[in-house]
Design a protein around this ligand. Structure first.
Ligand SMILES: Nc1ncnc2c1ncn2[C@@H]1O[C@H](COP(=O)(O)OP(=O)(O)OP(=O)(O)O)[C@@H](O)[C@H]1O
Ligand SMILES: O=C(O)[C@@H](O)C(=O)CO
Length: 449
């Protein structure tokens, strides 16, 4: 009889799309990985990694800190030898947090020392050079991210952004060090630490930089970044004997048939483009938030739309609107009020779709939106499939007692995925998948969508 593996790695994600992305990357590497939502679900035993999905990206920093500390205590109690704090590749946060405050609180809880900040997602061209984040050739602060409805990123200098949120001293591990490999990165960590710099942003341009950073940090008590760097940790675990090839598992997902829907609350350009493509062949309802604020019964409108088209067609329902409309709504009602209203509407529609109309294949676009939808559906654990490419992290959730059990689910980051991702994924969900661990190559070959 083989011994039950003990938890090696515990991650805390600040939103649900990013958290499922991280879990799916570990799954794609063959690592048995659990995934729970919020702080109430128990951490199951028998996995090597566990990801706790929180919705802390834009809440008050004090509340975010309280939640991540509760999460870390649970993960440490479950045996995790390294804690990873996952945030967005574009460092989505406000001047008051929450990346800095959460990372510092975690560091303190784990006994102090140094941690690194590696947000780059090289496979999508999001890189960091001289501490500045780029999306392709564009600086972050000149990219569409400057118009984000909740976390507009107007400063591309991540060392400055992190410093503004933190009490401790931020610094940079520059590209020439990262390029020189894991040994050089480890030496730099010691040197910065001796100077009192404990929060170190890493320059990161290529996938191999992510691999070197992972190798240099696999034994730090706390590491932080995007999923992209964590995806390289399994290689270090194998190399250092923390994991054996016998521990690796094939990720499989069952086929799920039945009514299919997309819910989109992301207003990112990428999601707008994906909805436009979807609408060329499938019914799309765009909820007008201005009329919702004026008292229109948008839930009744959504129910009637869904009843008209399901189960014969795949449908999408979105609150997505152009930038000028978003700004006008925010000026009229306040940024947080508009966001909360849009999330509440889509969460209510999710309940209608899944509970009343038996939708069994669901894609949700946008991390905050996904947090509200998943909570409204009462989902507290998610069985992840393997990562198949940017935005492509399929999963299964169980809703015992409901007509939609199991529910094939994908939480898509607002800014990721190819133009046809919605139709492609909803169709894929009707087929079982079994994906062998990607051990020697990473990232996996890109999907066409
Ligand atoms: N028409 C609208 N006007 C203003 N805000 C909106 C509108 N529609 C949706 N929202 C809000 O905008 C926010 C979008 O954030 P969300 O995290 O869901 O998407 P995202 O940031 O693009 O996704 P991700 O974090 O996965 O990249 C949500 O809080 C949503 O409720
Ligand atoms: O980088 C991304 O877009 C994701 O990992 C994410 O965190 C979305 O919110």
């Amino acid at each position: 009889m083989t011994a039950m593996p003990s938890l090696l790695f515990g991650a805390i994600a600040d939103d649900l799309t990013g958290g499922t992305e991280l879990a799916s990357m570990l799954v794609a590497r063959g690592i048995p990985t659990g995934c729970t939502v919020g702080l109430d679900a128990p951490i199951p035993s028998g996995n090597l990694a566990h990801v706790i999905l929180l919705k802390t990206r834009v809440i008050a920093a004090s509340d975010a800190v309280r939640q991540v500390l509760e999460a870390v205590d649970r993960l440490v109690e479950a045996g995790a030898r390294q804690i990873f704090f996952k945030y967005c590749a574009t460092f989505d946060s406000t001047p008051t947090g929450n990346i800095g405050p959460c990372a510092e609180a975690l560091l303190e809880r784990l006994g102090g020392g140094v941690t690194l900040f590696t947000p780059a997602l090289c496979e999508t061209g999001r890189t960091v050079y001289q501490g500045h984040m780029f999306g392709g050739a564009q600086l972050l602060g000149e990219s569409p991210k400057r118009f984000d409805p909740l976390t507009p990123m107007t400063d591309s200098n991540l060392v400055r952004v992190l410093q503004a949120q933190s009490k401790g001293k931020a610094g940079l591990v520059p590209y020439l060090v990262v390029d020189a490999g894991a040994g050089a990165i480890r030496s730099a960590i010691r040197e910065h630490s001796a100077r009192g710099e404990t929060l170190l942003v890493t320059d990161t341009i290529r996938e191999r930089d992510l691999a070197a950073i992972a190798e240099a940090t696999f034994d730090l008590p706390l590491m932080t970044g995007n999923s992209s760097v964590a995806a390289h940790l399994p290689t270090a675990w194998l190399a250092h004997g923390l994991v054996n090839s016998d521990d690796l598992v094939v990720a499989s997902l069952p086929a799920v048939e039945g009514p299919a829907a997309v819910l989109a609350g992301s207003v990112a350009d990428r999601t707008i483009e994906q909805l436009e493509r979807f609408a060329q062949k499938n019914p799309l309802l765009t909820i007008d938030l201005a009329s919702a604020f004026a008292g229109a019964d948008v839930m009744a409108e959504a129910r009637a739309f869904a009843q008209r088209h399901l189960p014969g067609a795949m449908i999408a329902i979105a609150t997505t609107a152009p930038q000028a409309t978003v700004e006008a709504l925010q000026q009229a009602h306040g940024r947080d009020v508009v966001a909360a209203r849009a999330e509440e509407i889509l969460a209510g529609i999710a309940q209608i779709l899944v509970r009343e109309l038996a939708v069994r294949r669901l894609v949700v676009a946008g991390g905050e939106t996904a947090g509200s939808v998943v909570k409204a559906l009462g989902i507290d654990r998610i069985a992840m499939g393997a990562y198949e490419g940017p935005g492509l992290s399929r999963a299964i959730a169980h809703l015992p007692g409901l007509p939609a059990d199991p529910l094939a689910l994908m939480l898509k980051s607002g800014k990721l995925g190819g133009p046809d991702i919605f139709t492609d994924v909803l169709q894929d969900m009707t087929r079982p998948s079994a994906i062998a661990p990607a051990i020697d190559t990473w990232p996996p070959a890109r999907r066409a969508s």
